[in-house]
Design a protein around this ligand. Structure first.
Ligand code: SF4
Ligand code: SF4
Length: 312
């Protein structure tokens, strides 16, 4: 009898959290039991192969990433949420994910609201910390463990509700909740993302060599870019949507796009307009978007490459 009551209370709490998260605009919510990461060895191998390119912070964070309890020693469960952004393939120079608000503060604020709204049920002392993207947590693994989706061939998490164009966020809990069932990989014999990659960096086992990835090179890489590689960038100035926007699961899911990221672009980001921006215009145009994190020098380098590519 006692056991039945405990289970009913647990289910109620999960449903309560889900309802609150969906109310904040998240497209998927799942729960995972906290334990050591399963991907530590594969991640170390990836680093040893130098596939992380210049993202040396990943090497520095490697030990921390191996267990969420390195961030929160009392953590027992993790809430993982997904926030969907537009997926249409438009050939725009600025990637789909970067046209709306910067997702870091948006997701952190929404997860803080979620934490506040469930504090009465969980106990405020049992909630936190919040993690989004840059925190030392293997987010994709935790999304899989929380039943959000599976890791697709291109290395992104694919969700039946959201496809593969969404941001992830996590909220750690010091209490145990029932974890969500994991979803079987449903890529089947599809290889659209592999075929869409202009530099052929997607390898077996969902591994990706960032040294030739357009997204990494345009967003994070400092300095010059090998012209043999940048010739494949097309009109790209920031990011690369090719391997995610072709995924058929984008069109199967019904989850709403989070309003903060649902920005109409039209001609605003045409190469012609981007090339006319000076430093002040760049800062004004991209304030509070992910592009703002890039220096004007890097932006100008990328615009120059895109112009050269489109004149060929
Ligand atoms: S982001 Fe672009 S370059 Fe990188 S793996 Fe995907 S398609 Fe290839
Ligand atoms: S495009 Fe195809 S292979 Fe690639 S992640 Fe989507 S379903 Fe999987």
């Amino acid at each position: 009898m006692v056991r039945i009551v405990v289970i009913l209370m647990t289910v109620k709490l999960e449903e309560y959290i889900r309802e609150r998260a969906f109310g904040l605009g998240f497209g998927a919510v799942g729960f995972a039991e906290v334990s050591p990461s399963r991907s530590t060895e594969a991640f170390r191998e990836w680093l040893a192969n130098k596939y992380c390119a210049g993202m040396h912070y990943l090497e520095r964070h490697a030990a921390l990433r191996s267990d969420p309890r390195n961030l929160a020693p009392q953590a027992r469960s993790m809430i993982v949420v997904g926030a969907r952004y537009p997926f249409e393939q438009t050939g725009c120079a600025i990637s789909n994910f970067a046209r709306g608000a910067d997702y870091h503060p948006v997701l952190k604020e929404k997860l803080a609201q979620l934490a506040g709204s469930i504090a009465g049920k969980c106990g405020a002392e049992n909630i936190g910390p919040i993690c989004v993207d840059s925190d030392p947590l293997p987010e994709r693994e935790w999304a899989v463990r929380a039943g959000i989706g599976w890791i697709g061939r291109q290395g992104s998490v694919v969700s039946p509700e959201m496809g593969c164009c969404f941001f992830l966020g996590e909220l750690l809990l010091n209490i145990k909740v029932e974890h969500s069932p994991e979803i079987t990989n449903q890529c089947g014999d599809c290889d659209l993302c592999l075929k869409a990659c202009p530099t052929g960096v997607i390898m077996p086992e969902n591994q990706l060599d960032a040294r030739r990835c357009v997204s990494y090179l345009t967003i994070e890489h400092r300095g010059e870019i090998n012209p043999e590689i940048s010739a494949a960038f097309g009109n790209t100035v920031f990011g690369c949507d090719r391997c995610t926007s072709v995924c058929p699961w984008n069109r199967r899911g019904n989850a709403p796009i989070m309003p903060e990221f649902n920005i109409a672009t039209g001609a605003v980001f045409s190469l012609e307009k981007l090339s006319a921006l000076d430093n002040i215009g760049f800062k004004k145009q991209f304030q509070k978007t992910p592009v703002e994190r890039m220096s004007f020098e890097r932006f100008s380098r990328n615009v120059g490459i895109a112009i050269r590519n489109t004149k060929k």
